[in-house]
Ligand binder design. Structure first.
Ligand code: UDP
Ligand code: MG
Length: 192
């Protein structure tokens, strides 16, 4: 009997748009496994990996880590979980991520849809600065934030456009309070 391929929902949006917050709620209500690409990279760095320095410098500069590193971490996490439904949060962020997924994961998973949280830059900035008070992240400071946002506009938005053209994109405003945003998220996941 052929095994059913895992279902993947990509979750995109600017830094601070609410991806992680909403993913936690989706996990609770719909039983998905949450895989934050950023968290996987931070864990890889913390483990003392030889890629640690590269990961750290990319994050600080708001650049995107080479896909071979990231996609391998996502693949291992999917395989290790033994589960069937995944939220892949903060990925794919650029052309390299997109083509790398097609190359390494295209045949292994079904990308059902792409959830996109739309949120203005100054609101994202405010949230990232607030998070920076406790996150300990190297990139929750104003200099890194501006670089990350620049990367988001220039590199991630073209990928968002690809999924829009494919009819897979579901756009939600990330501006309202989390529970209001989640009410919109539910309308999408109830139909999935
Ligand atoms: N990052 C990356 N590839 C990914 C996901 C994240 O290179 O697939 C790096 C990138 O430098 C990004 C940083 O990790 O700016 C933080 O990403 P995360 O998704 O944790 O940040 P968020 O958008 O949630 O604030
Ligand atoms: Mg996040």
């Amino acid at each position: 009997m052929a095994a059913v391929k895992p279902l993947v929902v990509f979750v995109l949006g600017g830094p601070g748009a609410g991806k992680g917050t909403q993913c936690a709620k989706i996990v609770e209500e719909y039983g998905f496994v949450h895989l934050s690409a950023g968290d996987l990279l931070r864990a890889e760095r913390a483990s003392g990996s030889p890629d640690g320095d590269l990961i750290q410098s990319c994050m600080k500069e708001g650049k995107i880590v080479p896909v071979e590193i990231t996609v391998n971490l996502i693949r291992k996490a999917i395989e290790a979980s033994g589960k069937g439904k995944f939220l892949v949060d903060g990925y794919p962020r650029n052309e390299d991520n997109y083509t790398g997924w097609e190359k390494y994961m295209g045949d292994r998973c079904n990308v059902g849809l792409v959830l996109f949280f739309d949120c203005p830059e100054e609101v994202c900035l405010e949230r990232a600065m607030k998070r920076g008070q406790t996150s300990g992240r190297v990139d929750d400071n104003i200099e890194s934030f501006r670089k990350r946002y620049h990367t988001y506009i220039n590199e991630t938005m073209p990928i968002v456009k690809i999924y829009q053209d494919k009819g897979k994109l579901r756009t939600i405003s990330g501006l309202p309070p989390p529970d209001e945003v989640f009410a919109e998220v539910k309308k999408i996941f109830d139909k999935l």
